[in-house]
Design a protein around this ligand. Structure first.
Ligand code: ADP
Ligand code: ADP
Ligand code: ZN
Length: 215
């Protein structure tokens, strides 16, 4: 199972991907998560990436393509993987298809999740993230069991720097200009399935599982 979750920031890609990991036992590959770890550890990649991430801009293609190439060649990706946040423009999508082709592999399905802009702003500005493991919560829609503590590791929750309203607006513009064209790109290749990302998290999950299981 090789799956791409496509959608604007705040669509619920990370939330759904982590549920899919539990059900299908394939790894979630989130370029955003990998970059945030690099920023936290102040690696040379992290230092370079941070200036783009703080502005809500895309990190250069060669950096994220390199991350993906390295990650998918690991053994735990043999049964498949879920890409969350990659590809984000046509050049990345072409690079992905070339690297898979060399390995005699291909993406099975691309699931596009759509959510209205106003709802995205509410979701992103209310998102809280575990400082340690990165798990996502929401101040109204997905509260942790104990206030301000991660359900998984118990560490403190924080707001991502780029989830403040001004940067959120910039990220939505970047999405429309650079990432949204991928809907057409994958639709023309007959790889696209679309769902509405509004409504209960479980209801959306059920729709995604149905798409995965249909031949
Ligand atoms: P993405 O990975 O696409 O940026 P997330 O999965 O991090 O999005 O979700 C963004 C925010 O919206 C999080 O705070 C999450 O808890 C919340 N969220 C996710 N799915 C839903 C949903 N169906 N309804 C309401 N809130 C949601
Ligand atoms: P969200 O889904 O909420 O937009 P992500 O965690 O996917 O957040 O991305 C956060 C930031 O990391 C992006 O704004 C961008 O700067 C960088 N990033 C993540 N994935 C990519 C990618 N595939 N290409 C370029 N930049 C990326
Ligand atoms: Zn945690």
């Amino acid at each position: 199972m090789k799956l791409i979750l496509l959608g604007p920031p705040g669509a619920g890609k990370g939330t759904q991907a982590s549920m899919l990991v539990n059900k299908y036992n394939v790894p979630q590959i989130s370029t955003g998560d990998i970059l945030r770890v690099a920023v936290k550890e102040k690696t040379s990649m992290g230092i370079k990436a941070k200036e783009f991430m703080d502005r809500g801009a895309l990190v250069p293609d060669e950096v994220v393509v390199g991350i993906i190439e390295e990650r998918i060649s690991k053994e735990d990706c043999n049964p498949g993987f879920i890409l969350d946040g990659f590809p984000r423009n046509i050049a990345q999508a072409d690079a992905l298809s070339n690297m898979l082709e060399k390995r005699n592999e291909a993406i099975d399905k691309v699931i596009s999740i759509s959510v209205d802009d106003e709802e995205l702003v509410v979701r992103l500005t209310g998102r809280r993230t575990c400082k340690d493991c990165g798990k996502g919560y929401h101040v109204t829609f997905k509260l942790p069991k104990v206030s301000d503590a991660c359900d998984v590791c118990g560490n403190e929750l924080m707001q991502r720097d780029d989830d403040r309203e001004s940067t959120v607006k910039d990220r939505l513009v970047v999405y429309k200009e650079q990432t949204q064209p991928l809907i057409d790109y994958y639709s023309k290749k007959n790889m696209l399935k679309s769902i509405k990302g509004e409504g209960g998290i479980q209801h959306i999950f059920d729709q995604i599982c149905k798409i995965i299981e249909e031949v």
